[in-house]
Design a protein around this ligand. Structure first.
Ligand SMILES: [Zn+2]
Length: 283
């Protein structure tokens, strides 16, 4: 009984963290949305039309105007993800908001240290994980969930999607969605193409799986191991409201990325930036 209550409390807390605003109050993710242009609605034959029930007047009368909304309880908003033609590059929101993203992990050599720094400053970030990495260390995804971070889909094995068939892209994405759901507790709502190489299939399949394509505004190029100071400098120079920063917590020696975060994160916070995670506009 007590255990159940604790579990419920944990889940509630997690949900609050994930849903954003509740955990960090009014200054949280409320009003923070991704910005992007080009999109079209996903065509879904299964989506019910307005429905006969919604149109049926209770008492036909020439004196009554047709109400704007239907009778009865409001229908749940159908989950809808747009098929975009370009990925989202930045976020919008009140104030100086920025989003930190870490790709290719999780890697037990670097991800825990990054999580430690984020926890120290009570900041949430996004991790675009690869399925095969997540499958090796599901405990790190569980920790991300527990600490309120957002996990996105970065394919299973980090291939160049533009060289794959539609079926292969689907498999890369679906398998990763499955392992994320298993380890993190929820299916990912965001995806990012390896190497930033998107194509129409990637956008369409991502939308079918309920994910928004998120790219980045500032690339730290940390994978070239340019030195901790250079990485810090790139974040500082690129800092601006709405900026999404790209770094890596796997794929090679990422100790510079780990050290750089310890340097630039407090500086961003001192400069008045609210470092947080975006909220989905649809879904
Ligand atoms: Zn990557």
């Amino acid at each position: 009984m007590q255990k159940d209550q604790l579990l419920t409390r944990l889940l509630t807390r997690r949900r609050a963290l994930l849903s954003g605003a509740a955990a960090v109050g009014a200054a949280g993710t409320a009003g923070l949305f991704v910005l992007g242009g080009d999109a079209e609605p996903v065509r879904r034959t299964a989506t019910p039309a307005a429905g006969s029930q919604a149109r049926r007047p209770l008492k036909p009368s020439t004196y009554r105007l047709q109400p704007l909304t239907g009778y009865g309880p409001p229908q749940a908003t159908p989950r809808r993800t747009l098929v975009r033609r370009t990925p989202l590059l930045r976020v919008s929101g009140r104030g100086r908001t920025m989003v930190l993203t870490f790709d290719d992990g999780p890697d037990p050599r670097y991800t825990p240290a990054i999580l430690d720094t984020l926890a120290e400053y009570e900041v949430r970030a996004m991790f675009f994980v690869c399925g095969e990495m997540a499958a090796a260390r599901p405990d790190l995804l569980a920790r991300m969930a527990e600490e309120g971070h957002v996990v996105g889909n970065h394919t299973w094995s980090h291939p160049l999607l533009t060289r794959l068939t539609r079926g292969q892209i689907r498999s890369q994405m679906e398998r990763t969605c499955d392992i994320v759901e298993e380890a993190y507790g929820e299916r990912p709502q965001w995806f990012r193409a390896p190497y930033g190489a998107w194509n129409r299939n990637a956008f369409q399949l991502g939308a079918e799986l309920g994910m928004e394509p998120l790219a980045w505004t500032v690339d730290t190029l940390d994978w070239t191991t340019p030195g901790t100071r250079t990485i810090v400098g790139r974040v500082e120079n690129g800092a601006a409201p709405g900026v999404v920063v790209l770094s890596h917590d796997a794929g090679g020696d990422r100790s510079q990325s780990v050290h750089a975060l310890r340097d630039y994160l407090p500086q961003l916070l001192d400069a008045g930036y609210h470092v947080t995670v975006p909220r989905r506009q649809y879904a």
